[in-house]
Design a protein around this ligand. Structure first.
Ligand code: UD1
Ligand code: CA
Length: 463
């Protein structure tokens, strides 16, 4: 179920597209569902901003059902009637509760099957049950936990003072026998404080129809937490990222002060890599083994080879870094930067759409954009590729073994031939042949005694 608006977030974006752990909440739920059933058997109920939601998760191959008007969780299942007609059993997941695991879903299904129930719900004991539906068990109060059967679920707003004291809550995850669900779903009503069809009311409806309704408690209440408010989302995000850090630690990665790091769910890191405090590894980033990622680096959707050193404050997006390279401090690698094995990109160097060959170095204060730079090249401090003429972008080619002197400007399109030298402070506007020396600067002139004469003239004026 992912059709709701998420009013409590006060957001212009649909709730299920808010991100935790670096991807939409709904994407987490779908990924988990796919561990239990194939995509063809997954139906996402969309409604609010249906197109956006659909687009965000379309590549998973799941099906979509449109709930044009969002009249409650019960109504969401009414809309799914036709799509589910060929199935015996349906597992209902909440699009806004992303921490659920495949293991828990499987246990829920097994319990449902073993109980031969019409409806099985996953419950949990929460210290603070506020806001959740409460599970009213059949039988003797106080011994309720021992009996699986459920009398009803009562929503927060409809609960009596006595019912509000119940700590066993409805997680919003269910298994239903499809025939029983649709035989009785029309008995749901909107006579409640929200004027909605509550799926939770199916517990009472089915029980009254003589069907078996049971609940099984999860051992990890953290898994069922929903994200109805920003505060809840923040908690889920922190939880998910700590789980991620623990996985990486188990896989041989050292992370100092994990709670200061922001590591997205899909990131991969090799063994013996050390991640310092306040590092962000985002999107589909892959970091090799034996790397050191120093503080304040932000790496998004990039592939970093083995043994790479990323010094503090390096920003990288959509880039590929060869083994043993050294980056930073304060390098900015923009999309399409390919840094070769053992190459160096240093302080305040910005790159975009470049290839920097094996062992080449650009250590200080440069802009390198739209450039193909060979192996063993030295780019002097302050070198700029002038790639933009105000209308189009042009390419700079620097062949193997070239030495570019400091403070050079290379006006693209331009090619510097293999092994050539460019003198410091040159403005290069024409191609330089291999092994040549190019100088593109005014010749120095010296006026002997000029400064002394000026000082003396000033002294005379003052007298
Ligand atoms: C629901 C349960 C509550 C339970 C809690 C657990 C109901 C009435 N209440 O409350 O007992 O404790 O989950 O997290 O079900 N949705 C639709 N169509 C709609 C309405 C909602 O698809 O018309 C979707 C939402 O996008 C969301 C999910 O259903 O992903 C749950 O809806 P939400 O409004 O968050 O229900 P809760 O108030 O959390
Ligand atoms: Ca919810």
């Amino acid at each position: 179920m992912a059709a709701g608006k998420g009013t409590r977030l006060k957001s212009k974006h649909p709730k299920v597209l808010h991100e935790i752990g670096g991807k939409p909440i709904l994407a987490h739920v779908i990924a988990t569902a796919q561990k239990v059933v194939p995509a063809e058997g997954i139906f996402v109920i969309v409604g609010h901003e249906a197109e956006r939601v659909r687009e965000a998760v379309a590549r998973t191959g799941v099906n979509f059902i449109v709930q044009t008007e969002q009249r409650g969780t019960g109504h969401a299942l009414m809309v799914a009637r036709e799509a589910l007609s060929g199935y015996d059993q349906v597992i209902v997941l909440s699009g806004d509760a992303p921490l659920i695991t495949a293991d828990t879903i499987e246990k829920l299904i097994d319990f449902h099957t073993s109980q031969k129930a019409a409806m099985t719900l996953l419950s949990a004991d929460l210290d603070n049950p506020y806001g959740y539906g409460r599970v009213i068990r059949k039988g003797v109060p106080g011994r309720a936990g021992r009996r699986p059967e459920v009398r009803a679920i009562v929503e927060e707003k409809s609960a009596t003072a006595q019912q509000k004291k119940i700590h066993e809550i409805n997680s919003g995850f269910y298994v239903f026998a499809v025939p029983a669900l649709y035989e009785h779903i029309d008995r749901l009503s909107t006579a409640n404080p929200h004027g909605e069809y509550y799926l939770t009311d199916m517990a009472g409806v089915l029980r009254r129809a003589g069907k078996k309704v049971v609940a099984t408690k999860t051992s990890d209440a953290g898994e069922i937490l929903g994200s109805n408010t920003r505060a809840e989302m923040m908690m889920l995000d922190a939880r998910l990222r700590l789980v991620k850090c623990r996985e990486l630690l188990d896989a041989g990665v050292t992370i100092f002060y994990p709670h200061t790091c922001v590591i997205d769910s899909d990131v991969e890191v090799g063994a013996d890599t050390v991640i310092e405090p306040f590092v962000q590894l985002l999107g589909h980033t892959k970091i090799g083994a034996d790397c050191r990622i120093r503080s304040y680096s932000v790496i998004g959707n990039s592939v970093v080879g083995d043994g790479v050193t990323v010094r503090p404050g390096t920003i990288m997006e959509d880039s590929r870094i060869g083994a043993g390279a050294v980056l930073g401090p304060y390098s900015h690698l923009r999309p399409g930067s390919e840094v070769g094995e053992g190459a160096h990109v240093g302080n305040f160097v910005e790159t975009k759409k470049i290839k920097l060959g094996k062992g080449s170095k650009a250590n200080h204060l440069s802009y390198l954009g739209d450039a193909e730079i060979g192996e063993g090249v030295n780019i002097g401090a302050g070198t700029i590729t002038c790639n933009y003429d105000g209308v189009n972008k042009h390419k700079t080619v620097i062949e193997d073994g070239v030495f570019i002197g400091s403070d050079s400007t290379l006006v693209a399109p331009v090619r510097i031939g293999r092994g050539a030298y460019v003198g410091a402070a040159s403005c290069i506007t024409e191609d330089v042949p291999a092994d040549a020396l190019a100088l593109g600067r005014a010749r120095q002139s010296v006026k002997e005694g000029w400064a002394r004469a000026k000082r003396e003239a000033q002294k005379e004026k003052r007298h």
